[in-house]
Structures are given as structure tokens and as C-alpha cells.
Design a protein around this ligand. Structure first.
Ligand SMILES: [Zn+2]
Length: 262
């Protein structure tokens, strides 16, 4: 009996995508050596990308009273309507849209639903701004701050991930546009710092020393402007330029001084 239990416990792990045996049990996201698809670990079990996404989102939707059985019902209803298997994202959008209707009388809930919509849009690589503005509007009305357009929006982890992806894809303008609309938390400022750094490097390649100084000093000015805000809100100073960016700034200033002399 004991032997049997041990054998059961030591059962070789299999890929949740292709069902083939794995040499070791992955403890985090890993590609399957057989099918190449990603394997995720959640609560000690190996699951597919879709299943991991469902588990992660159900944890977020729990406060709205959405459980696994609700998700499954929404998914099968949507699949029937589509005439083909609905995706996890389609199902999540359907649920969030239903929650907007259901939360119409509860401003606090409604604000949270819009923030989750921003998170879902961001995770799909789509601009979350409209949802974030709506969330701030509702918050403003709820707290009697303002009834019109909000001054700034709050970026969460999903939105920051989206911005990071924009920057990595070289879409610096769009990333910056969103960051400048956001509350200048240290995380937001750090992204702006990286954009300034990327722009300074491009300017150096073009030997545009004036632009190098402008980009790097531009960030310093913005960070200085929000220094007290960061200390007051999260008791953390805004991130500073890296050593290599400071070196580049000194070089650019020296070059400019040199060109003035000649
Ligand atoms: Zn596999």
C-alpha cells in the first residue's frame, strides 16, 4: 500500500498541453521539450497558458463574486453564441462588461471593474487609457473631487507592463504620452527615465549632443518636480539616472562646451 502511494506521489509529471512525460517538474513558466508550448505552475499543478490565465483572473474577479463555475458558464454561453470555442479573453471581456451593468449603482465597484478592464486591455497589448480615465471619473464623482475630466490616471502593474513593451518595441512616444498622464509614482518615473535614456543613446549615435543633454536633463527636471510627491505618497525618492547616463551627460556637456570654444 505504502509503495503504491509513493509511486502515485512520485508519478512522473506530464505536459498539460501534449500529455507527454517531462524529465523534471517545472516550478515556473517553462517551454515543453516535446511540443514547445508553455507550461505554467499554479498551486502545485502544471497547467496550460489558458488555464493559468483563468486561475489568475479568477483571483482578481473573486471580489465581484465571480467563481469558476460562473466563468465556465459564461465561456460555454459565449461559445454557443459564436458557434466556436470562445477564448479566455473573450470570456473575461464578457464578464467585465456584465459587471459594469451590474455595478451601475455601486461607484466603488464600478471603478474597480474599469481598472480590471484597463488591466485586461494592457495584457492584450491594447491602450488602457480610456478605461483608466473612466475609473478616475467615477472615483472623482464618488469622492466629490471633480465631475469632469481627471487630471491624472493611476497605472497598475499590467499598465506598466504594457508601457514597458511599447518602449521595448521602440514606441517611445506612445509610452511617454501615457506615462505623462499618470500619477508620477517612482515606478512611472523609472519608465520615463528609461525612455530619456533610450532617446539620449539615439541622440549620441547622431552626435546630437544638444539633444543628449535635453533628454537627460528633461527627466531630471520632471523627477525633481515630483520629488516631494514621491516622498509623501510612497516615502521613496524618484529614481536617478544610471552611472553610464551621467557619464554620457558629462560627455555631451563637454562636447558642447568644446564646440562653443572653437
Ligand atoms: Zn508538451
Amino acid at each position: 500500500m505504502m509503495k503504491f502511494i509513493l509511486k502515485f506521489l512520485q508519478r512522473q509529471p506530464t505536459c498539460p498541453n501534449c500529455d507527454q512525460k517531462l524529465p523534471t517538474k517545472p516550478i515556473r513558466k517553462q517551454a515543453c521539450p516535446h511540443c514547445g508550448k508553455f507550461i505554467f505552475a499554479r498551486n502545485g499543478a502544471l497547467v496550460t497558458h489558458d488555464e493559468a490565465m483563468i486561475i489568475d483572473w479568477l483571483a482578481r474577479l473573486e471580489i465581484f463574486g465571480i467563481a469558476r463555475k460562473d466563468f465556465d458558464i459564461y465561456m460555454s454561453e459565449l461559445s454557443k453564441q459564436f458557434g466556436s470555442q470562445a477564448s479566455v479573453t473573450d470570456t473575461l471581456w464578457r464578464i467585465l462588461n456584465q459587471l459594469v451593468r451590474r455595478s451601475a449603482r455601486d461607484a466603488h465597484m464600478l471603478e474597480q471593474v474599469y481598472r480590471e478592464m484597463a488591466g485586461l486591455a494592457s495584457s492584450e497589448g491594447r491602450d488602457p487609457t480610456a478605461f483608466l480615465i473612466e475609473a478616475e471619473r467615477i472615483r472623482g464623482r464618488r469622492l466629490n473631487i471633480s465631475a469632469t475630466s481627471p487630471e491624472r490616471i493611476a497605472l497598475g502593474d499590467d499598465e506598466l507592463k504594457y508601457v514597458r513593451q511599447l518602449r521595448k518595441n521602440g514606441n517611445l512616444e506612445k509610452a511617454e504620452e501615457l506615462l505623462l498622464k499618470a500619477y508620477p509614482s517612482p515606478a512611472v518615473l523609472d519608465e520615463l527615465r528609461k525612455i530619456a535614456s533610450a532617446r539620449a543613446k539615439i541622440a549620441r549615435k547622431n552626435k546630437d549632443w544638444q539633444a543628449v543633454v535635453q533628454h537627460l536633463e528633461g527627466y531630471t527636471d520632471y523627477a525633481t518636480q515630483w520629488w516631494d510627491y514621491c516622498l509623501q505618497t510612497v516615502n521613496q525618492e524618484p529614481p536617478l539616472h544610471t552611472e553610464s547616463d551621467l557619464k554620457l551627460l558629462r560627455e555631451a556637456r563637454a562636447r558642447l562646451a568644446g564646440s562653443v570654444d572653437t
